[in-house]
Design a protein around this ligand. Structure first.
Ligand code: ZN
Length: 297
């Protein structure tokens, strides 16, 4: 059994929004048990937007939530940090339409949460235990979840690019694995897409400081990757954030091939529709020994 957690102290974060290019201010605050993660748009009459799959309004390039016509976008790296550290309940005041991109990874959020401290709450966490496989396929892209005692993600990406072709990784999503193996992995994009987005008035805050940018042949920002397989690690990080939108931790093995935000969310919706394929449980988790912190599969 694991008890629910919130943060001990408030956390202030200011940083550029990737798409608006403006400075966004955010305040994370402790929240009572069973709250979940809840955004509050302080510049829009304090509209509340729950971090839940019901409120996903867009999954193009990033995950966007919306309620009462008010949005909060690029939530996935913050949600991944919260899920990775087992922070179940938090209020997030935000004065703009997107979560600051920071360095394009979850590491800045991890540091701030660990500095603020984690507070245990007097109620057990419920989990969604997957009992039967559920899969979503769209053309060459697939994602599935199968029964597993713990949370594991196996991800494969494939791009026809000289700097990286195929990368794959399977990892148990424990707190230590998340902090050490996934949180530092930065988002990435192709220069041609960045130019296209900027021409549409998007990615105004995008720079070499908050993403790995790939030219036609190489990594543009100095070639200094944090991991040689940083791309697939970032995809797993995104999946940790997106999957948390189901509202409870999942005991299951998520297996993704050429997937992304859209399929992550479609999988969650299919899980919710297949009520016989899972149960709610608060039983102790039996940790299956990982074949290595970051074993290849
Ligand atoms: Zn991402």
């Amino acid at each position: 059994m694991r008890l629910q957690n919130t943060i001990k102290n408030e956390i202030l974060v200011s940083g550029l929004g990737l798409h608006t290019g403006r400075v966004i201010n955010m305040k994370l605050m402790p929240a009572p048990r069973d709250t979940g993660v809840e955004f509050i748009r302080t510049d829009k009459g304090n509209v509340r937007i729950k971090a839940n799959v019901c409120f996903v309004s867009d999954t193009t390039f990033a995950t966007t939530l919306a309620a009462e016509g008010v949005k909060v976008g690029t939530v996935e790296h913050l949600l991944a940090a919260l899920a990775g550290l087992h922070i179940d309940n938090v209020f997030v005041e935000i004065d703009g339409p997107e979560v600051p991109i920071m360095d394009g990874s979850s590491l800045p959020y991890i540091s701030k949460i660990l500095d603020a401290g984690i507070a245990k709450q007097a109620k057990a966490v419920n989990f969604i235990r997957i009992l039967e496989p559920i899969a979503v396929t769209e053309g060459p892209c697939q994602i599935a979840v199968t029964p597993y005692e713990g949370t594991r993600i196996t991800y494969r990406v494939f791009y026809t690019h000289p700097a990286f072709g195929e990368q794959k990784m399977g990892i148990d999503i424990t707190t230590m694995n998340f902090i050490n193996e996934l949180a530092p992995a930065r988002t990435f994009g192709f220069l041609r897409d960045v130019e296209m987005l900027k021409s549409k008035g998007l990615a105004r805050g995008g720079s070499l400081d908050n993403a790995i940018v790939l030219g036609d042949k190489e990594v543009i920002n100095g070639g200094k990757l944090r991991f040689k397989d940083e791309f697939v690690r970032h995809k797993i990080l995104d999946a940790v954030g997106d999957i948390s939108l189901i509202g409870l931790p999942i005991y299951g093995h998520i297996i993704a091939n050429k997937s992304g935000h859209t399929l992550h969310v479609k999988l969650l919706r299919k899980i919710l529709l297949n009520r016989n394929a899972w149960e709610i449980s608060s039983e102790p988790m039996v940790i299956t020994p990982a074949p290595g912190l970051a074993a290849q599969v």
